[in-house]
Design a binder for this molecule. Structure first.
Ligand SMILES: Cc1ncc(COP(=O)(O)O)c(C=O)c1O
Length: 406
């Protein structure tokens, strides 16, 4: 009997009861704006910032409207502006080059390796082209951060980390987002904590964070922040920093606080699902699993594999066959960007030299969400379906090659 998967790849878990109760309380008192507090009250947003700073070990934290907003704010706070060039990953999602474009700067793309991380050799060769790197830990794959920081420090290049897919993850014990001058997180629905939309920005630089807080639209109410530098730091910058509103509100913060407490347990559940997928697909002919470094403590809310050097038609056939059995896969090699799968040559506002080695990898990347609504049995079933369909197409192509005398 042909097995079919019936679950939804876009269905997240419900908001925990504690988050619903906290959100109800905010709605009942009506003070949704982060600076609208009763005497002596600390807003949910300020508490979330304090708790996220404590979780990551950063000195400061600012909650904002989205991950994209966190990145543009970090870029602005670092002084990036019109016409500046900013290094970033060729393999990432559209909001990353979009954040660079939003401040009038120009992305310079750096290649991707078969481990789905930034190509550090390519980066080394491009470090003289920009003063800032917006490093995207795309799909939760973390490069050798020790080597990356050594390269960037030696070249005087500032690193801003896009941690949209690495909340709760670490490299060599250092939480993701703590090596760069800023770490930028998203709390959009498909991320590790979910408020529909939202973002968090962390860092240790007092003046950096004062600027970010002013930029986010704090009016002159910055003293209501807690994970923030002291008021005298604001005195230096408050008249020269524009207000570009992008605050978080108390409703979303209330929804997020209990999820943040649950994050370590949730990370473990994601990784259990990832390992079931990995085991189920091990040694499938023609399919490459992505190696994970020992120093990488990842949170696997998605799963990728490579169909390296397959023809486009054969990959498309795998996707079609899997879809017919209920397994929704995304492909970064398609001619047209679809949904979340755009890549560097899709962003034509930022022209780039072709990168053949990266193109080869991108053409083979198959990507899948791993929502926590999937059970371990669901993951085993999905892996069986992918394994069967990849094998069927692989064997047919091998047979065709054989009869053509290739
Ligand atoms: C890699 C990556 N970076 C940044 C973002 C931006 O997050 P947001 O959607 O909250 O703006 C996303 C969102 O999908 C993302 O996938």
């Amino acid at each position: 009997m042909t097995e079919i998967f019936k679950g939804s790849f876009t269905q997240q878990e419900p908001i925990p009861d504690a988050g619903i109760a906290a959100a109800l309380e905010v709605m009942q008192h009506g003070r949704l704006h982060r600076y609208n507090t009763a005497p002596g009250e600390i807003s949910e947003t300020a508490l979330l910032e304090e708790e996220f700073a404590a979780t990551t070990g950063s000195k400061y934290c600012l909650a904002v409207a989205s991950g994209g907003y966190a990145m543009t704010t970090a870029l602005r706070a670092c002084g990036v502006g019109h016409g500046d060039r900013v290094l970033t990953n060729a393999f990432t999602l559209a909001p990353v080059p979009g954040a660079i474009a939003a401040v009038g700067a120009v992305p310079v793309f750096v290649g991707v390796t078969g481990d789905l991380v930034i190509d550090l050799d390519d980066l080394a060769s491009k470090l003289d082209q920009a003063e800032v790197l917006l490093l995207s830990h795309m799909r939760g794959h973390i490069c050798d951060m020790d080597r990356l920081m050594a390269l960037c420090d030696a070249a005087g290049v500032t690193v801003i980390e896009d941690c949209a897919h690495t909340m709760g993850a670490a490299w060599n014990g250092v939480p993701s987002g703590r090596r760069g001058r800023f770490g930028c997180f998203s709390t959009q629905t498909y991320k590790h904590i979910n408020s529909g939309e939202g973002g968090l920005l962390i860092g240790d630089g007092a003046e950096d964070m004062a600027r970010a807080i002013m930029l986010s639209g704090s009016y002159m109410l910055f003293e209501k922040h807690r994970a923030a530098p002291p008021p005298e730091v604001f005195t230096r910058i408050k008249y020269e920093t524009p207000n570009i509103s992008g605050r978080m509100d108390n409703l979303r913060a209330a929804v997020l606080r209990s999820q943040l407490r649950d994050l370590p347990a949730q990370a473990q559940r994601w990784n259990e699902r990832y390992r079931v997928m990995e085991n189920g697909l091990a040694e499938t002919p023609g399919l490459h699993l992505i190696p994970r470094a020992e120093k990488e403590q990842f949170v696997a809310s998605s799963f990728q594999f490579l169909l390296l050097d397959w023809s486009g038609a054969a990959v498309a056939e795998v996707l079609r066959r899997c879809a017919a059995r209920g397994v929704e896969l995304k492909w970064f090699g398609g001619a047209e960007p679809v949904g979340f799968t755009s890549r560097y040559d899709s962003w034509r506002y930022a022209p780039s030299e072709p990168m053949p080695a990266s193109d080869r990898v991108l053409a083979g990347i198959v990507d899948m969400r791993l929502p926590l609504t999937f059970s371990l049995e669901d993951c085993a079933l999905i892996a069986r379906i992918i394994r069967a369909e990849v094998s069927a197409v692989w064997q047919r192509s091998a047979a065709a090659d054989h009869s053509a005398g290739v």
